[in-house]
Design a protein around this ligand. Sequence first.
Ligand SMILES: [Zn+2]
Length: 119
Amino acid sequence: MAQNIMCPQCGASVPEGSQFCKACGAQVIAPQTIVKEKVVVADTKSVLLAVILASTFGPLGLLYCSILGAIIMFVFSLVIFIITFGYGGFLVWPLCSIWAFFATRSYNQKLYRKAQASV
Ligand SMILES: [Zn+2]
């Protein structure tokens, strides 16, 4: 016997396996599908994009992979600018790129480990 599931839009009872709700026409997703997606979806970040952003925008580009890193590098670059009267500014950008590379890599590794643990 087919089980009924609830329409997420209007709450009407919909026979399991049907794609759309007969009452309101909303798309109905079976509970099993939702569980499967949770396991599969691992939102990794692109290391290449992180490095390109950091080498283009400096500390601002770091926001993509590490908010804490962006704040630290922003303060760091400000200090470098003051100490060297702006001449040390060129040092900040390569440093940001290196930070972005390692921050994104460790972020992805953590994500993979979490995904493997949940399987
Ligand atoms: Zn409905």
